[in-house]
Design a protein around this ligand. Structure first.
Ligand code: PMP
Length: 386
């Protein structure tokens, strides 16, 4: 089947032909999404045999690139012992220990299967712990697709211009005064500590500290959604990098090593409100899935300080993109903001370089992006502007 035929078939069977709206290419003026066939390192190959240098890397999980041999071995080995048990396992305890070791504010963690699930439950827990219903969040932030988070959200909601219902008092990112006006009586402030779903926007100096202070003064919990930033901007995420500790942390992407796994955690006191220790209900048939915990463990155990030094060095090389537009980067996440992003996207794709098909998303640097890949990307962008 050609890509066109495949897409036509997909359109007749799957709404919009894709299982997540961000995969559609309409926003960048292209008809068909990429139908991936395989990946290796920094490269993705589609069903037509076209090869792309991949800056999306499944939207962030693949810090060691596609089909990383150690991750694949760990998953295959786990699969031979059984793909799901629906019981407790040793690997999930080990993965919890890795997370608790890495993430400064997390003493206890629960594993779930998607960032959406983790964020949704973190909100439920914050509401139960404070006995309050309202919460504060930020315009252009994204915390998965649970109802309370959808209005004025980032990522695909913003790319498609969808106006959805939602809850929460929505204020501008980096606007502490607005938070101060909105926070009274709120259960929590829900924030991406480095915004990554309206393109990368770093926190202004003092913003995260200010959120911490306002939460402490008002009795609201501070929730960091570190689905993107966790294990990416530092091993311990943005809370390590900026030295501001939230009450609850939401994790996804890298923590699952490229398999469906996410997590949320916090102090033992808060987390023990969850059933069966406490009265806040949350559950999952595939939670702590053995393939996913094997992948997560394989990745997390290799995230040494050297990995972050390497990513930072690569990031500095990539900073040369700043000559072409506003370039925002925090560690291994970055966005180049340009006026005609769709045209740049198509220019690069024609040259075999795949950026996210929306400026609302980040470029994800990984250990598999070498100098050659970085320089080729810079040259191709320079060519677009020449
Ligand atoms: N929070 C953030 C910050 C995200 O970037 C995402 C997904 N990109 C989510 C939550 C939702 O995660 P998932 O897609 O796994 O449901």
């Amino acid at each position: 089947m050609t890509t066109t035929e495949l897409y036509a078939r997909a359109l007749s069977l799957i709404p919009g032909g894709v299982n997540s709206p961000v995969r559609a290419m309409k926003a960048v003026g292209l008809e068909t999404p990429i139908f991936a066939a395989r990946g290796e390192g920094a490269y993705l190959e589609d069903v037509a045999g076209r090869r792309y240098l991949d800056w999306v890397l499944s939207w962030g999980p693949l810090i060691f690139g596609h089909a990383d041999p150690e991750t694949v071995d760990a998953v295959v080995e786990a699969a031979r012992r059984g793909t799901t048990f629906g019981t407790a396992t040793e690997a999930e305890v080990e993965l919890a220990a890795e997370i608790v070791d890495a993430v400064p504010s997390v003493e206890m963690v629960r594993l779930v299967s998607s960032g959406t699930e983790a964020a949704m439950t973190a909100l439920r827990l914050a509401r139960a712990a404070t006995g309050r219903e309202p919460f504060v969040r930020f315009r252009g932030g994204y915390h998965g697709h649970a109802d309370p988070f959808l209005s004025e959200a980032g990522s695909g909601v913003r790319t498609l211009g969808i106006e959805a219902g939602g809850e929460g008092r929505v204020v501008d990112y980096n606007d502490l005064e607005a938070v101060e006006r909105a926070i009274e009586g709120a259960a929590c402030v829900f924030v991406e500590p480095v915004a990554g779903n309206m393109g990368v926007v770093p926190p202004a100096d003092g913003f995260l500290e200010g959120l911490r202070r306002l939460c402490d003064e008002s009795g609201a919990l501070l929730v960091f959604d570190e689905v993107i930033t966790g294990f990416r901007v530092a091993r311990g995420g943005a809370q390590e990098r900026y030295g501001v500790l939230p009450d609850l942390t939401v994790l996804g992407k890298i923590v699952g090593g490229g398999l469906p796994l996410a997590a949320f955690g916090g102090s033992a006191e808060l987390m023990e409100r969850l059933a069966p220790a406490g009265d806040v209900y949350q559950a999952g048939t595939l939670s702590g899935n053995p393939l996913a915990t094997a992948a997560g463990l394989s990745v997390l155990r290799r995230l040494t300080p050297e990995v972050y030094d390497e990513l930072e060095a690569k990031g500095r090389r990539l900073d040369a993109l700043g000559q072409f537009g506003r370039f925002e980067r925090v560690g291994a996440m970055a966005t180049l903001f340009v006026d005609d992003y769709p045209a740049l996207f198509r220019h690069l794709l024609e040259r075999g370089i795949y950026l996210a098909p929306s400026q609302n998303e980040a470029m994800f640097l990984s250990t598999v992006h070498g100098d050659e890949e970085i320089d080729r990307t810079i040259e191709a962008v320079a060519d677009f502007f020449s």
